[in-house]
Design a protein around this ligand. Structure first.
Ligand code: HEM
Length: 397
C-alpha cells in the first residue's frame, strides 16, 4: 500500500500546488513503495521503478485497452490505436508509421527551422511568453501542415487539443468527461467535412494518404480514420509544447547548463534528451493486467488498472546516477518518456527534431535570458507550463 487509500487521494496528492510545481519528491516516495496497490479493493496498481516500468511496458500480458478495466469500462471513447491491442493496434500503427520514418521527419526540418526563426523574430525580448509565442504554435502548425489542415482553422485545433488532453486526468481518475466527448464530436464533424472535401484529390499530405488507404483496401474504416486523426493531433501537439517548456525551464534553473549550451549549440539534442528524463511531458500511461499477472509478491486480478509512472522512473537512482541533477551531457537515452514496447511513441523522432531546432536557435539567438514567471498546467498526466515568461537582453537575428 502507498498510504493513499483511494484513487481520489492519489489524484489530490499529485494535484496539490506544491506537487504541480515539483511532483518529484512525491513521486520518489511512490517509487520507493512501488509496486503498490491503491485503495482498499486493490483495483489499481502503481508501478514506478525504472526496471519494472520498462519490463511491464514491453510485456504482451499487459493490455492497452483501458475499457477492460471495470472502473473505466463505462467510459466511452474512440478507438485511438494507442488504446488498442494486437491485431488492430498492429494494423493501424503500420498504416500510420509510414508517415513517421526518419526520412519523413527530416524532410520537415527546413519548415521547422523557418517557423522557429519567424516566431523568435516576432518575440519581444522584454517580455516573451515562450509557451504562447513559440512552444505552442510551432508543433500545432507542423501537425496541421502534415495533416493538410487549412491555416485559418489552427485556432479550432488548439481548442480541441486543449480539451482532449485535459480530459486525460478525468479518464484516469474518473472525472467528468462531458467536455471531452463534446470536443471529440466537434473534431469528428470537422474531419468528416474535410475528408469529403479531400476525397478523390491527389494531394500528398498525411490525411489524403490515409483517405486513399480507406478507399483502396477497406482496411481503415471512417471511424478509425477519424480516431487516428484525433490521436495524431493530441499526441503531436501539447506533448512537444510541454517538452519545449520543460526543457527551457530546466535550463533557466541550471544556468551552468544553459551556459554550456550557449558555448556549444550542438548540445541542444542532449539538453532535450535530458529534459525528457528529468521532467517528462507525459507523466504516466495506463495498462490493464491480463489474468494471473504477478509483480513482485503481488498477484494482479484480471483487468487490474496499472498506472506506469514514467516521471518517477526517470528519477530512479538505480537507473540514473544523481537523478535529480539536470546534466545536458548525460547519456540519458534509456529514459521511458516515449514509453517502450509495441506502443513506443511514433512521433519521437519528430518531437526530438522540433525541440532540438528550438534549442539550437535559442542557444544562438537569446542573449542572457532570465526567468520572469512560470505557471504549470493543472494537469497530472500531461506536465508542462501554461505560462513561461522570460526576459532577455536581446534576441539576435
Ligand atoms: C515530446 C513529445 C512526445 C512525448 C513525450 C510522447 C509520448 C508518448 C508516449 C508516452 C506514448 C505511449 C503511450 C502508451 O504507451 O500507452 C506515445 C504514443 C504515441 N505518440 Fe507520442 N509523444 C510525443 C510526441 C508525439 C508526436 C509529435 C506524435 C505525432 C505527431 C506522436 C504520436 C504518437 C502516437 C501515434 C502514439 C501511439 C503509438 C502506439 O500506440 O502504437 N507523439 N507518445
Amino acid at each position: 500500500m502507498t498510504g493513499l487509500d483511494s484513487r481520489n487521494a492519489l489524484l489530490a496528492a499529485l494535484n496539490r500546488p506544491s506537487s504541480r510545481s515539483n511532483p518529484y519528491p512525491l513521486l520518489s516516495r511512490l517509487r520507493e513503495a512501488s509496486p503498490a496497490t491503491v485503495g482498499p479493493d486493490g483495483t489499481m496498481l502503481l508501478v514506478a521503478r525504472h526496471h519494472d516500468c520498462g519490463r511491464l511496458l514491453r510485456d504482451p500480458a499487459m493490455s492497452s485497452d483501458y475499457r477492460r478495466a471495470p472502473t473505466l469500462s463505462s467510459v466511452p471513447h474512440t478507438r485511438m490505436f494507442v488504446t488498442l491491442d494486437p491485431p488492430d493496434h498492429t494494423r493501424l500503427r503500420r498504416l500510420v508509421s509510414k508517415a513517421f520514418t526518419p526520412r519523413a521527419a527530416a524532410a520537415l526540418e527546413p519548415r521547422i527551422r523557418a517557423i522557429v526563426a519567424e516566431l523568435l523574430s516576432a518575440a519581444d525580448p522584454n517580455r516573451f511568453d515562450v509557451v504562447t509565442g513559440l512552444a505552442y504554435p510551432l508543433p500545432l502548425q507542423i501537425i496541421c501542415e502534415m495533416l493538410g489542415v487549412p491555416r485559418r482553422d489552427l485556432g479550432l485545433f488548439a481548442d480541441w487539443s486543449d480539451r482532449l488532453t485535459q480530459s486525460l486526468d478525468a479518464l484516469m481518475f474518473r472525472g467528468d468527461l462531458a467536455d471531452r466527448d463534446r470536443a471529440q464530436c466537434e473534431f469528428a464533424a470537422y474531419f468528416a467535412q474535410l475528408i469529403e472535401y479531400r476525397r478523390g484529390r491527389d494531394d500528398d499530405d498525411l490525411l489524403s494518404r490515409l483517405i486513399r488507404v480507406e478507399e483502396n483496401g477497406d482496411r481503415l474504416t471512417h471511424e478509425e480514420l477519424v480516431s487516428t486523426l484525433t490521436l495524431l493531433l493530441t499526441a503531436g501537439h501539447e506533448t512537444i509544447a510541454n517538452l519545449i517548456g520543460n526543457t527551457l525551464l530546466a535550463l533557466l534553473r541550471h544556468p551552468d547548463q544553459f551556459a554550456a549550451l550557449r558555448a556549444e549549440p550542438a548540445l541542444a539534442a542532449g539538453a532535450v534528451e535530458e529534459a525528457l528524463r528529468y521532467d517528462p511531458p507525459v507523466q504516466l500511461v495506463a495498462r490493464t493486467a491480463r489474468g494471473g499477472y504477478r509483480m513482485g509478491d503481488l498477484d494482479l486480478p484480471d483487468r487490474t488498472l496499472v498506472l506506469v509512472l514514467l516521471g518517477a522512473a526517470g528519477r530512479d537512482p538505480d537507473a540514473f546516477p544523481e537523478p535529480d541533477r539536470y546534466d545536458i551531457k548525460r547519456r540519458s537515452g534509456a529514459h521511458l518518456a516515449f514509453s517502450a514496447g509495441p506502443h513506443f511513441c511514433l512521433g519521437a523522432g519528430l518531437a526530438r527534431l522540433q525541440s532540438t531546432v528550438v534549442f539550437e536557435a535559442m542557444a544562438t539567438r537569446l542573449v542572457d535570458p532570465e526567468l520572469v514567471e512560470v505557471v504549470h498546467r493543472p494537469n497530472v498526466v500531461m506536465r508542462g507550463p501554461s505560462r513561461l515568461v522570460i526576459r532577455a537582453a536581446g534576441i539576435t537575428c
